[in-house]
Design a protein around this ligand. Structure first.
Ligand SMILES: Nc1ncnc2c1ncn2[C@@H]1O[C@H](COP(=O)(O)OP(=O)(O)OP(=O)(O)O)[C@@H](O)[C@H]1O
Length: 309
């Protein structure tokens, strides 16, 4: 298991009577792409700003690289952050924009570093057009290059695909995956779970300021995989019958009474017949098919929505 490099405990941000983030707890390990999913106003930006050192928490703790950090701690410098729209100078070109930021970082040999970053985000270093003429996607990519100027260990991207066209979205996605492959830990927020699922390896669902669920990619996809849910008198009696009589190996015992079966090609009637004939009382059997967005809706509302077959 890789090392946790960001740990937040009971992290809270209060704006007068509004609690934007309430007692958030989670860890982010080196090399992960951590997806923060939440609707508008859920508290994503506030949470990310606190992790990036741009906002003070009201209470709670942030540990970066195993050290508890306070305001203006040098560890915040190891985090590159792009919140909402990048603060770019519209009348300068891409190179000049990055050069200004590099100067503010006190970098001396800047040219090679800037050209490398421009290449990394797919912008042409020889393009002298002013940033005000850039497409939204190009501005966003330049914003990512700006966040990478200080060669951070962690990159925070707050809703980086907002307002982008499909091509812009796929370019950002490709870049995120490439950066991660090169070793960068990335935190990315979005209100579209489907989109995050194309890149993130870990997920936290933020709802009204609270982290209500936390999953690995495998756990999340498992939640949405087609399955048959059976409720029986005793799951431990049902399992040998599923395995030996029905040849079902892809299943999960959820509780004493509930088993999920992922070999969904098997007919419900066939499962019931086999269980009953072997003395297992079956209370219910249902087929489940759930998209990621349905799952996310369910997590937020706690209601079933229209997720059943
Ligand atoms: N500086 C502030 N002063 C007062 N309230 C704030 C401030 N910043 C954020 N809030 C409130 O805190 C809540 C969380 O806002 P935040 O911007 O973190 O949410 P978000 O999930 O990033 O949503 P969005 O995608 O719309 O930005 C919102 O209700 C917002 O109005």
């Amino acid at each position: 298991m890789s090392e946790a490099i960001i740990e937040v405990s009971q992290l809270t941000k209060q704006f007068k009577s509004k609690t934007a983030v309430h007692k958030a707890n989670f860890k982010i390990c080196r090399g992960e792409i951590f997806g923060l999913i939440g609707q508008n106003g859920a508290g994503k930006s506030t949470l990310l700003k606190m992790i990036g050192g741009l906002m003070y928490p009201t209470s709670g703790e942030i540990k970066l690289f195993n050290r508890t950090v306070k305001d203006s701690h040098p560890y915040f410098e190891r985090i590159g952050i792009l919140i909402e729209h990048a603060g770019l100078f519209p009348h300068y070109n891409a190179y000049e924009n990055l050069d200004l930021i590099a100067i503010s970082y006190g970098l001396t040999s800047r040219e090679e570093h800037i050209n490398k970053l421009l290449k990394l985000v797919g912008l042409d270093a020889s393009n002298k057009s002013k940033v005000k003429n850039y497409s939204m996607g190009m501005k966003q990519r330049l914003g990512i290059a700006a966040a990478l100027i200080g060669s951070p260990d962690v990159l925070i991207l707050d809703e980086p695909i907002n307002g982008l066209d499909p091509q812009g979205i796929s370019e950002i996605r490709r870049m995120i995956l490439e950066l991660n492959k090169a070793g960068m830990t990335i935190i990315i927020s979005s209100h579209i779970l489907e989109e995050l699922s194309k890149v993130a390896t870990q997920y936290a669902i933020l709802h009204q300021g609270e982290v209500i669920e936390h999953h690995s990619r495998e756990q999340l996809l498992l939640q949405c995989e087609d399955r048959i849910e059976i409720e029986v008198e005793k799951a431990s009696s049902a399992v040998p019958i599923l395995e030996q009589h029905l040849n079902i190996n892809h299943y999960k015992v959820i509780s004493e009474h509930v088993v999920y079966i992922y070999d969904s090609h098997i007919e419900n009637q066939h499962i019931i017949k086999s269980l009953v004939e072997n003395g297992v009382t079956v209370h219910s059997i249902t087929k489940h098919k759930q998209s990621l967005e349905q799952y996310y809706f369910l997590a937020r509302t706690g209601s079933e929505g229209d997720s059943h077959d």
